[in-house]
Design a protein around this ligand. Structure first.
Ligand code: AMP
Ligand code: MN
Ligand code: ZN
Length: 760
């Protein structure tokens, strides 16, 4: 592989010029004066965000500890995510380029750097060979894994060294509050937030030199309790230690800590084996050191390490110094460990083994070296950063405060995670709560049938749905598959993505709908095969029948929902001639009452209505009386289908004529506007709403007095946009479309549209 940089350079330069030119001009100004520019830039913005969301999973992002997804409405947070992803990408690019150039200069014209992988010129990421089948280490653990949590995560500690607050008081079940389910706090929370760092941390320190890489010894491998005891003695002599972890999360549901690297300020490197069933239960003894406020624990980017430590080993960290936060405070452009190692100790690390399967035993020497490199220089880096920070005590204090907050994070099962929007990002008593990614809570409302949750955002599958622009009409199938996948993953102790990749899941959702002619093992397998490039087909193949049934049942349920929909929409005479929203409200109220009486089990009802100027929209109300908007994406296509269906059922030609044609808005383009809250005047100044009136011939018709042969009452206006040939495509945004191909834009579920029903 050769880089043709010279031929690329001109286009790169012009791209950079163009983008800075755009940047220099004031986009919001142009947005404000030209609607076309605005809608194009909004669409472009969303397109970019969708693209980035596709890219994100490929670049580990340090600040995306929640969902790792970008959201159009959170610009600042997005930037944090993007910048750390860019860090990673730039570094990878740099490493790749270096490897390219390294190969050219066969004789290492010696620069000032030491290289971790000097002799390795392969340049590609290493992964454990597929052929190498690793036994699941968790099967040998003394405490067997159970992924069906019935109570909150309980801290693993049975003693509490260095306590200010005694153990008993620290591990108490906190009763459920409205937003926060019952839980145990981080048992060291008080100590983490209040224990002072050693006094010397505010003073200038002597410099510290690591042992040069080539002179340093093999790290000491620790895999039994006796060795750990010796290590504890060694560690108690330190005032600074460096720590890092390696983790595996593919062949396990919650994830598993595979390796702990330790470097002491007595200049020794250790590799500790948490997978050793014998050693594992003893590692909690490290709390003697880890919670000793007088020993500074240096981590780089500890935000996940802290979670893994408490979840798997019962370890907590008091007096953490996170060099990631130091890098931020010092205003270094890049915040990765690799960058710090280059800047402060002239060491070029390698990322080749970052994604290796760390469950491998015995570790090969390359992996051991890689692991050692993560902490070997970290104490020296700490002292050098510290030297800069003591010049500016405010910055130093900020680093220590941010480090405390990282330590204070709390692991929780998804079932007991705060779920309210405000606390979902996870603050209870000031501590951030972290649950396993994508994990579906073990709660009744997530178990049976389809979910009727008023706030349809912030569900475990919301990000997947949004970033793939799954239309509302298809979300129930997404929900069913997502929940099935989670259930299987918990049962098998595998990650959801091992069970079925996101890509495959979305492909299945896109492939099947109520109108699908054949949902069979053949057709499902076809989709599975064509979407297995991200893995996840081995398991699915063994459960094909079950999967087919699942999809069939879901689609059947949806069909019945549609029947209920058609059955339920009322002929509602416009109550007034002005104030169209009144009509909508009236329809809503009528149908709601009826459905409350009927006590429908799933989605209790749907009203389709059309508002001039806003296209067709739909509303779903739930048995708790809540309202959610299904959004414009169900509208046209399904309305037409509904009418078609009605026509065929009743053998009646259905009038889909439209109110004054000149008032017909260009439907899809209007949606972008509907998403941003509108001045109410806009809604009322146009023609009044009218309610679509449909009635379907039904065997299980509730109103016996209505003759089954009754014709569709065309005296009521059927307000449907003309099936406009030229526009048809945009009404079927998910037909024939690649699963992750980013459509025009993401559609927020409720934002803005609520206005339509706002009381005047
Ligand atoms: P590190 O702190 O860089 O040694 O990473 C610790 C663990 O985080 C690794 O063992 C991986 O499990 C995980 N990890 C690190 N970087 C990535 C990445 N780019 N993508 C996915 N997982 C990662
Ligand atoms: Mn790390
Ligand atoms: Zn590491």
């Amino acid at each position: 592989m050769s880089f043709d940089l010279e031929s690329l350079a001109p286009s790169l330069i012009s791209l950079i010029r163009l983008s800075s030119a755009v940047n220099a001009k004031d986009i919001s100004f142009y947005n404000s004066i030209d609607a076309t520019v605005k809608s194009e830039s909004t669409a472009l913005n969303q397109h970019l965000i969708d693209l980035l969301n596709e890219l994100l999973p490929n670049a580990f992002s340090i600040s995306s500890d929640q969902d790792g997804q970008l959201h159009a409405d959170k610009k600042d947070e997005n930037w944090k995510v993007v910048s750390s992803v860019l860090d990673t990408l730039f570094e990878n690019a740099e490493i790749a380029l270096e490897e390219g150039t390294k190969k050219e200069q066969t004789s290492h014209a010696k620069d000032e750097f030491t290289y971790l992988d000097e002799n390795d010129t392969s340049g590609t990421r290493k992964s454990t060979p597929q052929s190498l089948k690793i036994e699941k280490p968790q099967l040998l653990f003394k405490t067997p894994v159970n992924n069906f949590e019935t109570s909150p995560f309980k801290p693993l500690i049975t003693s509490k060294p260095n306590a200010l607050i005694p153990l008993q008081k620290s591990v108490q079940l906190v009763c459920a509050a409205p937003d926060v389910p019952e839980h145990y706090e981080n048992p060291y929370s008080y100590e983490i937030m209040n224990q002072p760092y050693p006094e010397w941390i505010l003073q200038q320190q002597e410099s510290f030199d690591s042992i040069p890489w080539k002179e340093s010894e093999e790290p000491t491998w620790i895999d039994n309790p006796a060795q750990l005891d010796d290590l504890l003695v060694e560690l108690s002599r330190c005032r600074v230690i460096a720590v890092d972890l390696e983790h595996h999360d593919y062949r396990t549901y919650h994830g598993i800590t595979c390796l702990m690297q330790l470097t002491t300020d007595t200049k020794k490197d250790y590799l500790i084996d948490p997978l050793s069933p014998e050693l594992r239960p003893h590692l909690v003894n490290l709390n003697v050191i880890f919670t000793d406020p007088n020993i500074v624990k240096v981590f780089h980017g500890a935000f996940m390490d802290i979670i893994w430590l408490q979840r798997d080993l019962g370890l907590y960290v008091v007096s953490l110094f996170d060099t990631y936060h130091a890098a931020r405070e010092l205003g270094l452009g890049r915040h990765s460990l690799a960058h710090l190692l280059e800047t402060y100790v002239k060491f070029k690390t390698s990322k080749k083994w970052q994604l290796a399967d760390w469950r491998l035993r015995p570790l090969n020497s390359e992996m051991k070296n890689y692991a050692k490199a993560d902490t070997h220089f970290l104490i020296e880096v700490f002292y050098k950063m510290h030297r800069e920070l003591v010049q500016n005590p405010d910055k130093l204090k900020k680093v220590l405060y941010e480090s405390r907050r990282v330590s204070n994070r709390r692991y929780e099962y998804s079932t007991f995670k705060p779920r309210n929007v405000k606390s979902a990002n996870g603050f209870s008593s000031g501590a951030e709560v972290v649950a396993t990614n994508q994990s579906v809570p073990q709660l009744p409302e997530f178990k049976n049938g389809l979910l009727s949750v008023q706030n349809a955002t912030n569900l475990p599958w919301s990000n997947l749905a949004d970033s793939n622009s799954i239309p509302m009409a298809k979300r129930p199938l997404l929900e069913v598959l997502f929940k099935w996948r989670d259930e299987q993953a918990r049962r098998e102790d595998e990650s959801p993505r091992y069970i079925m990749s996101d890509f495959m899941l979305v492909s299945l959702v896109n492939a099947f709908s109520q109108d699908s002619e054949e949902v069979s093992e053949r057709t499902v397998l076809e989709v599975v095969n064509s979407s297995s490039r991200f893995g996840g087909s081995q398991f699915v193949r063994t459960r094909l029948k079950e999967l087919v049934m699942l999809i069939q049942n879901c689609l059947e349920e949806l069909k019945q929902m549609d029947a209920a929909l058609w059955d339920s929409v009322y002929e509602t005479k416009p109550a007034t001639t002005q104030g169209g929203s009144k009509d909508a409200e009236l329809a809503f109220e009528t149908v709601k009452q009826d459905f409350e009486a009927a006590n429908r089990p799933i989605y209790d009802g749907i009203v389709l209505a059309k508002e001039a100027g806003n296209g067709v929209f739909a509303v779903r109300y739930t048995r708790n009386g809540g309202v959610t908007f299904i959004g414009a994406d169900v509208k046209q296509q399904r309305l037409e289908k509904a009418l078609e269906y009605l026509g065929s059922q009743r053998d009646v030609a259905v009038d889909v004529s439209v109110e004054p044609a000149e008032e017909q808005p260009e439907q899809p383009e209007q949606e972008a506007e509907a998403e941003t809250p509108e001045p109410e005047s806009r809604l009322t100044s146009t023609a009044p709403d009218e309610i679509i009136t449909l009635r379907k011939h039904q065997q299980r018709r509730r109103k016996q007095d209505t003759p089954a042969t009754e014709k569709l009452d065309t005296s009521q206006k059927i307000m449907v946009s003309k099936p406009q040939q030229k526009k048809r495509k945009v009404f079927e945004p998910y037909k024939n479309e690649g699963p992750v191909a980013a459509p025009k834009k993401k559609r927020p579920v409720t934002s803005g549209r609520n206005l339509i029903f706002k009381k005047k």
